[in-house]
Design a protein around this ligand. Structure first.
Ligand code: 13P
Ligand code: SF4
Length: 359
């Protein structure tokens, strides 16, 4: 459903809207918190109470039982996770309800259920553990919880693999093939231990033999922002700036990840930059709003985007504006919070709590 902000909110300037957000927040006092993901616009992060990666923000949502309202500036699956992890008396608002994640949408519930129905013939939950990346719909988190699996983010995928293989023979990882593959290699698996499940094909395009042999079955989803980074970008940087450090997000393809100096979640990237000495040259392979904010915050270093060619913007993260947030905070009583149905919540919570335990 398309919703246009009233003219007053569309036409106001950033400074006025930021003041209004801060005034609305002050009016709510301790009853509200504004959470912002690292990929949000700088003016959103500036008015927020906390900025973090998807794991860090879900931890905050789980631990702030003292607030009534959580304004979540991120994308839909993150707000859903916050709703699942928060208490029943708390309400979570996504200031721009159109902010989704195309990668999460690559794992449709019916397709995943169909894949699982096939995998039941190969041992199902006796042998195979579903691991769902945080970037997935609440219904899939519930599916994962129901079958004894867990959620992972880019900051705890290693721990999730360890937990998975500690309890079952095989993993069924969705939706990000790259995070799944990169984590598998880091865990010590060989490329031939991992099979790609192509959801557009019968039996995922795999033979019985391939399914039996695979230690990890990877869903064929990806992030269109991070798959734009290529090996040649790394080679160019190494050639042009031999002393440069390269840090990338694990949603990048393996040929990029394997040639970077460091790999990790958005919060890891922030900490990595903070740990480098003044004068460092750092090329970053992730979303552009985070890179620009880091470059602004660290004028003592030379920080830039890895490719030098593409503009790796996450259009969905970019959807949320101060116009949306001001409107949402001033009208939240008339707006619909993000609400995950109770039955879904119950099982999704199992998978999310397991994630928090094994981190
Ligand atoms: P983080 O968990 O590292 O914040 O990443 C979320 C995401 O969507 C990256 O594209
Ligand atoms: Fe989804 Fe990619 Fe945007 Fe992250 S950067 S929210 S994975 S589309």
């Amino acid at each position: 459903m398309y919703f246009a902000l009233p003219k007053e909110y569309r036409e106001a300037g950033t400074a006025e809207l930021s003041d209004r957000i801060l005034a609305a927040k002050a009016g709510l006092g301790k009853r509200a918190i504004i959470l912002t993901h690292h990929y949000q616009r700088v003016e959103i992060v500036d008015v927020g109470d906390a900025v973090g990666d998807s794991y860090g923000l879900s931890k905050i949502a789980a631990s702030r039982g003292d607030v009534e309202f959580i304004f979540f500036c991120g994308v839909h699956f993150m707000a859903e996770a916050a709703d699942i992890l928060s208490q029943d008396y708390q309400k979570v608002y996504l200031p721009n309800p159109l902010a989704g994640c195309p990668m999460a949408d690559m794992a449709e519930m019916d397709d995943v259920f169909e894949a699982w129905a096939v995998l039941e013939n190969f041992g199902g939950e006796n042998k195979i553990m579903p691991i769902s990346y945080m970037n997935s719909a609440a219904g899939l988190k519930a599916f994962t919880g129901k079958h004894g699996g867990l959620i992972c983010t880019s900051s705890n995928a290693d721990a999730a693999y360890k937990y998975g293989f500690g309890n079952r023979e095989k993993l069924f990882f969705f939706p990000d093939r790259h995070l799944g593959y990169n984590t598998g290699i880091k865990y010590g698996l060989k490329p031939e231990d991992m099979a790609l499940w192509d959801f557009s094909k019968e039996m995922g395009g795999l033979t019985e033999e391939q399914i039996k042999k695979a230690k990890v079955i990877l869903w064929k989803g990806y992030c269109h922002v991070h798959t734009n980074f290529k090996e040649e970008h790394i080679l160019e940087i190494r050639d042009k700036y031999p002393s440069a450090k390269i840090v990338v997000h694990p949603e990048c393809p393996h040929e990029v990840v394997s040639k970077a100096d460091a790999v990790g979640s958005t919060s890891f990237i922030v900490k990595y930059v903070e740990s480098q000495p003044a004068g460092s040259v750092i090329a970053i392979g992730t979303e552009i709003n985070l890179i620009n904010r880091l470059a602004l915050r660290h004028p003592e270093m030379r920080i830039f985007e890895l490719s030098g060619q593409i503009c790796p913007v996450c259009a969905n993260m970019y959807r949320t504006t101060v116009n949306d947030l001001a409107y949402c905070m001033e009208h939240f009583e008339d707006l619909r919070p993000i609400t995950v149905p109770e039955e879904t919540k119950k099982y999704a919570l199992l998978a999310l709590e397991r994630m928090l335990e094994v981190h």
